[in-house]
Design a protein around this ligand. Sequence first.
Ligand code: UDP
Length: 240
Amino acid sequence: MLQNKKMKYQRVLLKLSGEALMGEKQYGIDPKQIISYSQQIKEIVDKGCEVAIVIGGGNIFRGISGAANGIDRVQGDYMGMLATVINGMALQQGLEDEGLDVRLQTAIEIKQIAETYIRRRAIRHLEKKRVVIFSGGLGNPYFTTDSAAVLRAIEIEADVILKGTRVDGIYSADPEKDKNAEKFTNISFKDVYSKGLKVMDMTAFTLSEENQLPIIVFDMNTPGNLREIIEGKDIGTLVS
Ligand code: UDP
């Protein structure tokens, strides 16, 4: 596989929310989404990009919604973490079906189905052009997979976090409610705070800012976007 010298980012951390896997469904995993995401990820791996993925679990279970229904918060959070492992397994299968080498690592030990998270091992996989999926979040309750995405990105020295969503970037207001909402191409961490915009939860966002880790928010449901970002095109919104 030839290394493409024109790539802007050599090593990326792609954050996919659990909800993104639902596609048209109200719950769970839409196989069409898995196939589409796997194809897009293959495109950038084929260009020589090193790809680590953090996957969410909101399509299956969120600790906070469990708590609202009488489930102990910590118990619910662990259920949420396990949901991310289910999503990770589905994505691993989808990526393998595209012919990629994939390693699933978990923050909670489940050794029959995945490797336990070991930073040096993850980096070695990336150097060998294997896709690494980090599931189980951080392995601690009261955190989100956005925090896991930022921490893992810092640990593996990723160039950028690519937050794949259903919207095409960060707007000055909700574009569905406000016709005058403007999309930012670039925005600083400070402006995100001062304008009261939401990119990630605060714990994750602050960690990213403190470590000067840029975040690109983009629409993962438009095939080609991921590749164009790697090639250096201004897709979505860059927070830096
Ligand atoms: N979670 C947790 N610790 C973590 C990551 C996740 O407790 O480090 C739990 C939490 O309950 C969360 C759920 O797992 O609601 C699913 O993750 P998240 O909500 O981040 O998924 P996404 O919104 O990306 O689908």
